[in-house]
Design a protein around this ligand. Structure first.
Ligand SMILES: Cc1cc2nc3c(=O)[nH]c(=O)nc-3n(C[C@H](O)[C@H](O)[C@H](O)COP(=O)(O)O)c2cc1C
Length: 442
């Protein structure tokens, strides 16, 4: 086995994660629906040997949603277009199990895996915005526990459908007129509490066999689901100590589910700010946070409390009692906000500012940012990172200054290991379940 290496993803967030990012002098406000922008960024990331591109998603907006959420591409559509203009980089997209039929999801990711020559990854989310229900002809969003039960069954169905065809089922024998071997085509016949799906899927097994699975749940149910079922976990954490605790916890859970913990990658998302000197990095960081007004900071925070209206509270009073608004929403992020407020005895204003514009370890010169990556990686608090910065030129700065340092230290690849996303991650292609059964019976 080779040395442990960092995994790197690039979060393609068009014009930014914040509310004010698009107002930065270097920002491209129309980026979120500009294919040329996505293509250029994807190619820069691939030339830098990133493991994957990530396109996040949600399915409900209000006029208070952030600019990128208001106007963005559907993930599978943009990833299919990017598949055609890249060769090696993984293509990971979010699709919610709460509002998508597993048959369609299986087809879409199998198609992306074929189109891209084996580079598809699915970020399995359950969605935490209650308003999503109203876009899908439902009155009510599923509750938190139900969502994770549904997610497990949904994933069972999708992965079952991906094995509909054994790898060598399509024989294409022109002489005999035999297009496929019927012994190697399998119905699923799934009947569960949420889904009844007969199958088989109408597309052959894809190059990776099973596209790579990502997850990001951090509540109790979320951690168990991610540890049991995913190949990689996204984390939102900018504090090394809590990231280390989370890392140890999900690896322990993975081992408890009978898995090799090394096959599960824990990937915090972060936004490095790089300057040629410390002063320049600090200035860039300050320019960036100046774009986030207190009103924006309240909205950023509100997102994990089901878009609760924080403007009704006194900004300079202690952080209000709002836990109940997060129960059916994003429990991990809202929990982090509440802990931050309680532990630091903070007012609402202070909590929102610290949460929305954290001062992380990843602000500094290229050496300092590389040091922070290395520290988190060796701790270990991470197996890699999801880099996120929407200013168009910052990705190139990162690629040209930080990545070479990580390569020189032996922490990051210089060349892709193979052709598929699984090759990059060092994950074997799973044997089709029906083929395994046949081999076992022989
Ligand atoms: C880096 C990262 C990316 C995420 N991307 C999405 C996404 O694209 N769509 C979505 O609905 N949720 C996304 N989530 C949220 C998770 O899917 C999940 O809802 C959240 O972590 C709360 O889960 P919990 O209630 O189990 O704590 C993301 C989370 C993280 C940390």
């Amino acid at each position: 086995m080779g040395a442990r290496r960092l995994k790197l993803g690039f979060m393609m967030h068009g014009n930014g994660t914040g509310w004010g990012d698009w107002r930065h002098p270097a920002a491209h406000p129309g980026a979120s629906t500009d294919f040329g922008y996505y293509r250029r960024q994807a190619q820069v990331a691939e030339a830098a040997k990133f493991d994957f591109l990530f396109v996040a998603d949600s399915v409900h907006i209000t006029p208070k949603s952030s600019p990128h959420y208001l106007n963005r591409f559907e993930p599978l559509t943009i990833l299919s277009a990017l598949a055609a203009v890249t060769d090696r980089i993984g293509l990971v997209g979010t699709l919610t199990v709460s509002y998508a039929e597993p048959y369609n999801v299986a087809r879409q990711f199998a198609s992306l895996d074929h189109i891209s020559g084996g580079r598809a990854g699915w970020n399995v989310v359950t969605s935490w915005l209650e308003g999503s229900a109203r876009n899908f002809s439902r009155d009510k969003h599923y509750d938190h526990a139900t969502r994770y039960r549904l997610a497990a069954e949904h994933l069972d169905v999708v992965q079952g459908l991906w094995d509909s065809w054994e790898d060598d089922a399509l024989v294409h024998d022109k002489a005999s007129g035999r297009f496929f071997d019927p012994e190697k085509l399998h119905r699923l016949d799934h009947r569960g509490p949420f889904f009844q799906v007969e199958g088989p899927l109408n597309i052959a097994r894809s190059p990776q066999g099973q596209p790579v699975i990502f997850q990001a749940g951090a509540s109790e149910d979320g951690r168990n689901f991610a540890a049991a079922r995913s190949d990689a976990i996204f984390v939102q954490d900018d504090d090394l100590l809590s990231a280390r605790a989370y890392y140890a916890d999900v690896k322990r859970r993975a081992a408890g589910f009978g898995r090799n913990p090394a096959d599960l990658f824990v990937l915090p998302g972060l936004r490095p700010v790089i300057g040629s000197t410390e002063e320049e990095a600090e200035r860039k960081y300050r320019d960036f946070i100046a774009l986030t007004s207190i009103e924006d900071a309240l909205l950023i925070m509100a997102r994990s409390f089901n878009e609760h209206d924080f403007s009704q509270y006194d900004l300079d009073a202690p952080f209000p009692e709002v836990e109940r608004f997060a129960q059916n929403s994003n429990r991990s992020t809202s929990g982090r906000v509440i802990r931050l407020a309680r532990e630091g005895n903070l007012t609402l204003r202070e909590t929102a500012q610290r949460f929305a514009t954290p001062r992380t370890d990843f602000v500094g010169t290229p050496e300092q940012v590389a040091d922070a990556f290395e520290r988190w990686f060796l701790e270990p608090a991470a197996d890699g990172f999801v880099y996120n910065n929407s200013l168009p030129d910052e990705l190139s700065v990162f690629a040209e200054t930080v990545i070479p340092i990580l390569q020189d230290r032996g922490l990051f690849r210089r060349e892709y290991e193979g052709t598929t996303f699984r090759d990059s991650l060092g994950l074997a292609k799973p044997v089709n379940r029906h083929t395994s059964r046949r081999i076992a019976a022989e």
